[in-house]
Design a protein around this ligand. Sequence first.
Ligand code: SAH
Ligand code: SF4
Ligand code: F3S
Length: 449
Amino acid sequence: MYIIRDAMEKKYKIITYGCQMNIHESEKAAGILEDMGYRETQDEKQADLILFNTCCIRDNAEQKAFGNIGAVKHLKKINPNLVIVVMGCMTQQKGETTIFKEKYPYVDIVLGTNNLNMLDTALTKVLANPKRKQYLIDPNDRPEIIEDERVYRTSGTNAWLNIMYGCNNFCTYCIVPYVRGRERSRSMEAIIAEFKSLVKQGYKEITLLGQNVNSYGNDLKDGKSTFAALLSELDKVEGKYRIRFMTSHPKDLSDEVIDIIANGTHLCHYIHLPIQSGSNKVLQKMNRHYTREYYLDRIAAIKAKIPDCGITTDLMVGFPYEEEEDFMDTVDIVRKVGYSSAFTFIYSMRQGTPAATWPQIPEEVSKDRIMRLIKEQNAMTKKLSKEYEGNTYEVLVEDTVEKKPGYVCGRTDFGRLVTFEGEPSLVGQFVNVKINRSQSASLFGEIVK
Ligand code: SAH
Ligand code: SF4
Ligand code: F3S
C-alpha cells in the first residue's frame, strides 16, 4: 500500500546512542514529533529536524556524539530552517549546557533526560522565533514521572516498557546516577495498564526497563509494589507473548524472583546479570555491594531452578587498582559461570565520579586485558553454541535478513539469535526451529513442524 505524503510535510531524523532506555526515549520523542505532524526520514539531507539522543557512559560514546553533532552544522547552510535538537544523558552533565552554548550555538534545542515532554513547547517557540535563539531547558526542571506518553514504537514485534527511572547505586565508575537522578518507580497500575495494551496491540515480546529493575518499588514504600509482585501480575495477563527485563543488579536478585521466572508462563529463561569484575577487592572499590562468592551463589540458584537459563553479563577491565591477579579473577568467573555472551568494556574515566580521582591503569595494560578477556569469552560462547546443535527451540521471528533474501532471524527464549529460511510474513510469529549449525554466537537452523 502506498501512502501519498504531502510534499510540504516536515521530516525528522533521530540518531540514538546508548542503552535501551535511550532507544525507548527516542520512540517517545518520535511520538511527540509525529503528533506535531512530522514524519520520519532516514536521510538527514531531507530532514527539517535532526535529533541526537546522546549517551555519556564512556568517553567514546560522547566523542562520537560530539563528532556527529559537529558534522551536521553544514546542513544548516543548505537548509536554514533545519532544527537541531540534542537530548539524553550527555546534556545532563555538569557544565554541559555551557558547551552547547559556546561551541555548538547552531544547536537549537537542548533537553535533559527527564524533560523530553517539553520538546513540543520548545520546538513551537523555536519555530516562532525567526532569530532562532538557542533554547536550553534546565535539566533540573523536570516532573517526577510522566504518564500517558505517546510512543512511536520502532522495535518491530518487541516493545520496551519503562518500569522505573534513575539509579541509587552510585557504582564509583558510573555517571548514570548523576545524569538520570534517583530511582523513581512507576505505579504497578500504570505499568500493568500499558503492558495489557501492548499485548492487545499484538507485541510478542515486552522488555521491562530500568537501570536496576529488581529494586523496583523500593521508593514507593507501600509494601506491595515489588519487582517480584510486578512480574507475577504481568505474567497473569493472557496471550502468547514473552517478558524480558533489564538490568538486574546481583545484590537485589532474590530467590523469589528466580522462582517466579522458573514457574512463570511468559517469563523468558534469560537473565542479564552484570558482575563487572571477579575480584572482591575491585568489586568493593566499585561499590557493587556483593562479593564473587555471593554472585556465584546467585548463579548456582539460577542454574538449580532454571537449568536452561541463558545468562549474560557486563565485564569491565582496567578499573583503578585492578592488578593482574584481579583480572585473572574475572577470567575465572567467565570460565565458571559459562555466559552465553558478555559485553566487555575498558573502564573509562567519568568526571565527577569517585574513581576519576584514583590512580588510572595504563591504556596498554587495559587493552591487553580486554583482548584476553574477549578471547576467553568467545571460546565459551563457541562451546555453548555447539551444545544447542541438534535441538529444537521455539523462536520468535523478529526480522528478515537484509543480506540473505529468503531468510529470517529471531531469538530463542534464552536469548540466542537464530537464522533460518522463512517468509517475511513469519515476522512476529513463534516457530519451532531445529539448530543445525553454529558459528560463535550465531545459530543456524530450519523450521520444523
Ligand atoms: N544499570 C546497569 C547498566 C548500566 S551501564 C547495571 O548496573 O548493570 C551498562 C554497563 O556499562 C555497565 O554494566 C558497565 O559494565 C559499563 N560501564 C558503566 N560505566 C562505565 C565506565 N565509566 N567505563 C566503562 N564501562 C562502564
Ligand atoms: Fe551505574 Fe551502578 Fe547504577 Fe548500573 S547500578 S546504572 S552501573 S551506578
Ligand atoms: Fe548511556 Fe544514559 Fe544509557 S549514559 S548507557 S544512555 S542511561
